[in-house]
Design a protein around this ligand. Structure first.
Ligand code: IPE
Ligand code: IPE
Ligand code: MG
Length: 246
């Protein structure tokens, strides 16, 4: 357990787990070994999130653009996700973790979709950490699908054009019902969002850390949460202290 309680805890942390391939290449190993090691970092990160009392942890596991990778790597990644759910679902469930999956559910191969649905259904009533797996996820695709759902409702006469606003669109996103991420962390030193939560991260604090994902430890995670605690979030307003002295 952690005794260094950060001053201000993010309710929702989202992580772009990047750098598995480079971690492996640096060691002369095939990229897939980096992905394997990355699963261990996932386990540790989920544990720490639960311990410190974060309510939502979103992990970017596979993007809608990652299909463009070589077939062997794509099938390795699918295999690892399936193995993770098969091996860890019972334990996550016993730890009161609720699993939700965001991303497109169209055109998924083989037995992956039933497994994802099983993970969601099994843990549906859990009240601890919500682990959100972003799989086959791309923010532009998510926003476009939400717009399409609104268009269908409009065409059916269920809503009027005037009712289409940010709140209505937000309700059609895969993340419906979840708070927006407070903190988005990207590992591996890359400083971009790569089509991750573009809508929801509008006011998220962004943190780019140099470690490759397999090297992301409990300490790195705690340090990131502490850094978040020192950020001044203004949401377009003014800091009350600054406003009082001016
Ligand atoms: C992140 O690591 C895992 C996924 C994108 C699925 P990468 O595979 O992107 O590793 P790098 O960025 O090539 O090092
Ligand atoms: C983002 O990483 C996707 C995931 C972490 C799943 P990428 O490695 O795919 O992103 P780019 O290609 O460097 O932008
Ligand atoms: Mg990458």
């Amino acid at each position: 357990m952690i005794n260094r309680q950060p001053a201000r805890l993010p309710q929702h942390v989202a992580i772009i787990m990047d750098g598995n391939g480079r971690w492996a290449q640096q060691r002369g190993l095939p990229r897939t070994m980096g992905h394997r090691k990355g699963v261990e970092a996932v386990r540790e990160t989920v544990r720490v999130a639960g311990e410190v009392g974060i309510s939502y942890l979103t992990l970017f596991a596979f993007s809608s653009e990652n299909w463009s990778r070589p077939e062997t790597e794509v099938s390795d990644l699918m295999g690892l996700l399936k193995a993770f759910i098969r091996r860890d679902l019972a334990e996550l469930h016993s730890e009161n973790v609720r699993i939700r999956v965001i991303g497109s559910r169209e055109n998924l191969r083989g037995d992956i979709l039933p497994l994802l649905i099983e993970a969601e259904d099994t843990t549906r009533h859990n009240s601890g950490l919500t682990l959100v797996i972003a799989f086959n996820y791309g923010a532009r695709d998510e926003i476009a699908r939400a717009a399409r759902k609104l268009a269908v409702k409009l065409a059916a006469g269920e809503i009027s054009a005037q009712q289409i606003d940010a709140v209505a669109l937000d309700r059609e996103l895969d993340t419906f019902g979840m708070p927006d991420p407070d903190l988005v962390i990207r590992t591996s030193g890359e400083e971009r969002l790569s089509n991750f939560l573009l809508w929801q991260a509008a006011y998220a604090e962004l943190l780019f850390v140099p470690e490759y994902w397999p090297d992301f430890t409990r300490e790195t995670f705690i340090a990131a949460i502490e850094k978040y605690g020192r950020r001044d979030r203004r949401f377009g307003g003014v800091n009350p202290v600054a406003a009082a002295v001016s």
